[in-house]
Design a protein around this ligand. Structure first.
Ligand code: FAD
Length: 511
């Protein structure tokens, strides 16, 4: 077994992992960044559309919007860290270091956009495909950095721990596991979309960092708060074109489209959002998502009507996606809610420290407290950037120690190929039915039972193998259990955790 040491090990190459690597390298640390993917498209960061919110000259207003979107459940101290650092970090890293060319208006000032539940224009963007314009330069910059080594196509499987301290991780190395020993380890593994049948996240979003941290004994929090985006393209809608040979069916129609005036209509052509919320289409995400689901169920489909804006001019990237798929966007784009963001994760402090010594978590796999029960649009890239940088700086400066690492060998080549696939189908069905947009105590109890059994079946195999698909399934089943358990233990119907038997958070005025 080969042996590798580094000052800081970063797991994941989205915006949070990149920022952590940058922060640690700027402090003089050697950094090894491992990532499951070979292409940037494997990270949610690459797919981000709307942009990056900043405070501009009104941090208090930004803070108020974040707290309101979370129904007052976000942690105020964490929100202060975000809004107070937003302008400087975005200018220093994105504008000055990476040279991101954010859109400007005629006066050469930034062209700030507005999205749902923001009370003013404060979102920097590049068309409606901001993610790739941030992510690609970030990876290029780190590739060229002499203190950073990026290892593509390398999944971390388990953390290496000794006497309550984290000393790195075991990563894939062919059929075996290879330990990488680190002074500090930063988890930046992104979201949990693969737990649900419909998601905006890329494949492989199996909650690996959350599961690895939980297995090692770290605290996780707020896992019940799973955010669904209200407007992903609905490839199953009656008016959707026949789409068998197109990839990426569930692409996102960014909140910015509604921010610029698009309306939601049901299959009868009725605009329904004003009946549910005073802010209509710009109500908080959880409200819009549940309402879209309800109207879709009742009438057959929901369409995003872009006629109030100049869609072609304002959203050329989305127009191209529609045209590629043969969607007749001028008569309305069929949309449905899709899993989008995990507000909970590994519990961390204001510098990304987890509850285990020398372990950090940043970005979507971390629970900083910024989002509480519901995330305000376009705050996630910013959170990954702010916490990533802070955690990276903090993680630099510890010497790596070589300790005994778990011995992970592939001893069972007979595992059926479709084992992981079948289990994933079961897991997603349970999550969709009982732990999705609307939950009931009975349903959550049922989900918990099924998921426990499923995890038991998977554990029996994982003891002897290192296959990535099996580890992903293990991580997904642990993360699913964490979501179901947290949801079952929380009687408060708030934000993304909506209990159908609880107080109606979105009843139609005349219901
Ligand atoms: C379609 C879409 C649009 C969005 N639009 C916006 C927006 O406009 N503004 C905004 O603020 N947010 C937006 N979001 C949310 C935001 O993009 C994500 O929350 C954010 O990018 C997460 O960054 P991250 O670095 O934490 O994770 P990611 O960018 O998802 O990166 C995770 C990384 O971890 C790696 N990884 C995972 N497991 C392992 C493992 N076991 N071993 C090694 N590597 C591993 C993955 O390969 C990947 O490189 C959007 C999300 C989506 C999906």
């Amino acid at each position: 077994m080969s042996e590798h040491t580094t000052d800081v090990l970063v797991v994941g190459s989205g915006i949070a992992g990149c920022a952590a690597a940058l922060g640690a390298a700027r402090e003089g640390a050697s950094v090894t960044l491992v990532t499951k993917t070979t292409r940037p498209e494997g990270a949610s960061t690459w797919w981000a559309q709307g942009g990056v919110a900043i405070s501009r000259d009104d941090p208090e207003g930004f803070k108020r919007d974040i707290l309101d979107a979370s129904s007052g459940t976000a942690n105020e101290d964490a929100v202060d860290v975000l809004v107070e650092n937003a302008n400087d970090v975005v200018r220093n890293v994105l504008v000055e270091t990476l040279d991101v060319d954010f859109d400007t208006g005629d006066d050469a000032e930034f062209d700030y956009s507005r999205e749902a539940a923001h009370d003013q224009r404060r979102i920097l963007h590049v068309d409606a495909s901001t993610g790739k314009h941030v992510h690609v330069p970030f990876l290029n910059y780190l590739d060229a950095h002499d203190r950073v080594t990026i290892r593509d196509d390398t999944a971390a499987l388990d953390l290496v721990t000794h006497e309550g301290r984290v000393h790195g991780a075991v990563v894939e190395d062919g059929d075996e596991g290879e330990p990488i020993f680190a002074g500090a380890t930063v988890l930046a593994t992104g979201g949990i979309g693969d737990l649900y049948p419909r998601t905006t996240n890329p494949d492989g979003s199996t909650g690996d960092g959350i599961a690895m941290a939980a297995l090692a004994g770290a605290d996780v929090a707020d896992m019940e708060y799973v955010q669904f985006h209200p407007t992903a393209f609905d490839d199953e809608a009656p008016s959707a074109p026949d789409s068998e040979d197109t990839a990426d069916q569930s692409f996102l129609l960014s909140e910015a489209v509604r921010g610029e005036g698009a309306l939601l209509r049901n299959a009868d052509g009725e605009r329904f959002m004003p009946d549910y919320h005073a802010d209509a289409e710009l109500a908080p995400r959880d409200v819009v998502a549940r309402t879209v689901a309800r109207e879709r169920e009742a009438t057959g489909e929901v369409l995003l009507d872009t006629s109030p804006l100049d869609f072609a001019a304002e959203f050329p990237d989305l127009l191209e996606k529609c045209e590629d798929r043969g969607i007749d966007w001028e008569t309305g784009i069929p949309v449905a809610p899709a899993e989008h963001f995990c507000c909970g994760g590994v519990a961390v402090d204001d510098r990304g420290n987890a509850s285990l010594d020398r372990l950090y978590a940043v970005g979507e796999c971390a629970r900083t407290g910024v989002h509480g029960a519901n995330r305000l649009a376009s705050t996630s890239l910013l959170e990954g950037l702010v916490w990533g940088l802070r955690a990276g700086e903090d993680a630099a400066g510890f010497d790596p120690t070589v300790v005994e690492a778990p011995d992970l060998l592939n001893r069972d080549p007979e595992l059926p190929d479709n084992f992981a696939r079948e289990k994933f189908v079961r897991l997603r069905r349970v999550m969709d039915e009982y732990v999705g947009l609307e939950r009931t105590p009975d349903g959550l109890g049922r989900a918990h039972g099924v998921l426990r059994r499923l995890k038991g079946e998977v554990d029996a195999y994982v003891r002897t193998r290192t296959s990535r698909s099996l580890y992903e399934l293990r991580n997904a089943s642990i993360t699913a259990l964490l979501v179901a358990r947290a949801a079952a233990e929380n009687d408060d119907s708030v934000g993304c955790h909506y209990l159908a038997d609880g107080e109606p958070a979105q009843a139609r005025a005349d219901d």
